[in-house]
Write a protein that binds this ligand. Structure first.
Ligand code: PGA
Length: 252
């Protein structure tokens, strides 16, 4: 049985004061209504350390939204932050290859895999994001495009426990649009099949596959009940404690 993972991706949002309030709200909500899923918050780098301190002793884990693809964990790479540095300040997960990074910062599958490998080497769990554009979906390419991304951006040195794949259709991110549950089921089964090719059956069965893209309290229960959906990666709704908690609380 794969444990569900409910992950918040704050993106480039959050200053010290409002993040303290948001974390306090999530902590008190989870104390009042414990959930069975793993809960993860991925604030921007500037807040990683303070959020990690704030959630100490609670069931909440902290992750980062990116790490460097540099071949070394320290050295002359101005502006970069290594997976080892993220681990050092309390992160246990790292998102890599989010579609915003692929589209706006030109990250290729090769770069994403190098980042994911660095994440695993530092002892963290990698959340590798994949997903098709609207054009690719409408031209019938979605399964092929995402399959390629899985095969070329996931690390292979894993038994599956420290790898998470997040399926996030680009056209669903921040738009309020979500695929049908049939389309989500088809894609997640296809991702699992590609992981099987890449890692072998046992490891592939352990990898959690999240759905991301306009997950809200109103659609979370339905999306999270789809077969092979092992959790959610949540952007906008993770910035409001009540919404994030309502999504988490679908997993009692
Ligand atoms: P969204 O973002 O929930 O705001 O659509 C999801 C994501 O980009 O991870």
């Amino acid at each position: 049985m794969r444990q569900k993972l409910i992950a918040g991706n704050w993106k480039m949002n959050g200053l010290k004061a409002d993040s303290q309030e948001l974390v306090a709200g999530i902590l008190s909500g989870l104390r009042a209504t414990p959930v069975s899923a793993d809960i993860l918050i991925c604030p921007p780098f500037t807040l990683t350390a303070s959020v990690a301190v704030a959630v100490q002793g609670s069931p909440i884990c902290v992750g980062v939204q990116d790490v460097s693809d540099a071949p070394k964990s320290s050295g002359a790479y101005t502006g970069e932050i290594s997976a080892e540095m993220a681990a050092d300040i309390g992160a246990t997960y790292a998102i890599v290859g989010h579609s915003e990074r692929r589209a706006m910062y030109g990250e290729s599958n090769t770069v994403v895999r190098a980042k994911a490998e660095n994440v695993l080497k530092a002892g963290l769990t990698a959340i590798v994001c994949v997903g098709e554009t609207l054009e690719e979906r409408e031209s019938g390419q979605a399964l092929a495009v995402v399959g390629e991304q899985v095969m070329h951006s996931c690390p292979t040195q894993t038994d599956g426990t420290n790898l998470v794949v997040a399926y996030e259709p680009v056209w669903a991110i921040g738009t309020g649009k979500v695929p049908t549950t049939a389309d989500v089921a088809e894609m997640h089964a296809s991702i699992r099949a590609r992981l099987n090719d890449l890692l072998g059956h046992e490891a592939a069965e352990r990898v959690r596959i999240l759905y991301g893209g306009s997950v809200k309290p109103a659609n979370a229960a339905e999306l999270l009940s789809v077969s092979d959906v092992d959790g959610a990666l949540i952007g906008g709704a993770s910035l409001k404690a009540a919404d994030f908690l309502a999504i988490a609380e679908t997993q009692k």
